[in-house]
Design a protein around this ligand. Structure first.
Ligand SMILES: C[C@@H](N)C(=O)N[C@H](C)C(=O)O
Length: 161
């Protein structure tokens, strides 16, 4: 069973500031290609984990960080825009289901890890920094990126399963 970030069990976990500083991912040998500078920052502990993951990739493949830290305004904007697009597609949806469906893709502000610099959107890139094709563009919505979505090429579905 999938537990979403919006699940009350998650929201009930108290979040405490631990003082871990925000650091620039590029100073850990990681590639960043996001919009603006805020997204290049993540918590130090996360940067260490990303660097460790990168060190374990096969030669010629590297992590490509698209977005780390995100402002609360941006988080709420993404949530609201995606929620509105689902509302247009499914006008009969009740509020509870709409919030649950929205939070498959975007965290509600109260539990959003990007806002704490504790999450990244990333993909894989080749040695030149060009993103590898994953079957859908980075940050595709669940409707497009799901393993069994109609638009998912068969090879991508096989490698994701
Ligand atoms: C919107 C998407 N790129 C994303 O960052 N989703 C996660 C789940 C989030 O908002 O925390």
């Amino acid at each position: 069973m999938t537990v979403l970030l919006a699940d009350p069990q998650i929201a009930a976990i108290p979040a405490r500031e631990n003082g871990d500083p925000l650091v620039d991912v590029t100073s850990f040998g990681l590639l960043y290609t996001g919009d603006g500078d805020a997204g290049r920052y993540v918590r130090h502990a996360l940067a260490l984990r990303l660097a460790s993951a990168q060190a374990q990739l096969p030669g010629g493949i590297q992590l490509l960080i698209r977005e780390g830290h995100r402002s609360p305004e941006d988080q709420e904007g993404i949530f609201s825009r995606y929620s509105q697009s689902l509302r247009r597609e499914m006008p009969g949806l009740d509020e509870f289901s709409l919030r649950r469906l929205t939070s498959r893709f975007v965290s509600p502000i109260g539990v959003a890890p990007h806002v704490a610099g504790a999450a990244v959107d990333l993909t894989l890139a080749d040695a030149s920094g060009a993103p590898l094709w994953m079957g859908t563009p980075i940050d595709a919505t669940p409707e497009r990126a799901a393993t069994r979505a109609r638009s998912t090429p068969r090879t991508s579905a096989r490698t994701r399963a």
